[in-house]
Design a protein around this ligand. Structure first.
Ligand code: GLN
Length: 210
């Protein structure tokens, strides 16, 4: 299956590496596509918005006319995983923040809630259905509240850190940095065979870029 990673800024190659490693480790038939255009977006069965700087990723999604296109595809059922800055972008739009969000999951987010870069940390958390996971929090947002439709899959210090609503998965931490592919494996299960469209665009294949 083809999985897209919004490929402007942030932990793009880290997500690509861990997905590529799953071919061997998990016998997953995964092709990674960097998404920087509408055409590329239409060719994938699932999408990851990586961590990075949400204000920058937001600006580039707008500039390349992907902002509304991503929302449309996810509302039509395409699975999406947003990690850290990516979670900020998929959450409920919060007028108190500089970033406009896509309103794909009913969660209210506060950016940079733990403080500056130096306040970043690694902590073991317990994830429903996955188990113990070493979670890397880098200038992470906090999920302040979630709506009824949202399932909290993991908490840290009483606050949700991993949430899901149907085809939308959000994490305040970085699952791509520890070499542990279980969260990506879970996301691939969410994709299943749904929405599989095959329109090869070779120039976007990460395999060609690495
Ligand atoms: N603080 C960043 C933001 O607000 C998110 C940090 C990250 O993705 N590691 O966009």
């Amino acid at each position: 299956m083809r999985i897209g990673i919004v490929g402007y800024q942030g932990d793009v190659s880290e997500h690509a590496d861990i997905l590529a490693s799953m071919k061997k480790q998990y016998k997953r038939d995964v092709e990674v596509v960097l998404i920087r255009s509408r055409e590329a977006l239409m060719s994938v069965a699932g999408l990851i918005i990586p961590g990075g700087e949400s204000t920058t990723i937001f600006r580039l999604l707008k500039e390349y006319n992907l902002f509304d296109a991503v929302a449309e595809r996810v509302k039509a059922g395409m699975p999406i995983m947003g990690t850290c800055a990516g979670l900020i972008l998929i959450s409920r739009d919060n007028p108190a923040e500089r970033v406009r969000s896509l309103n794909l999951i009913d969660a209210r987010i506060r950016r940079n809630a733990y403080g500056r870069q130096g306040e970043s940390f690694i902590e073991n958390i317990e994830i429903d259905g996955i188990g113990r996971f070493s979670a890397v929090f880098i200038r992470a947002p906090v999920i302040e509240s979630v709506g009824k439709s949202v399932t909290v899959m993991a908490k840290h210090n009483g606050l949700p850190v991993m949430i899901r609503d149907n085809n939308v998965l959000g994490l305040t931490f970085h699952p791509e940095l520890t070499g542990d592919a279980r969260i990506h494996d879970y996301f691939i299960d969410m994709i299943g065979r749904r929405g599989y469209i095959s329109t090869p665009e070779r120039e976007w294949y990460v395999a060609d870029l690495l």
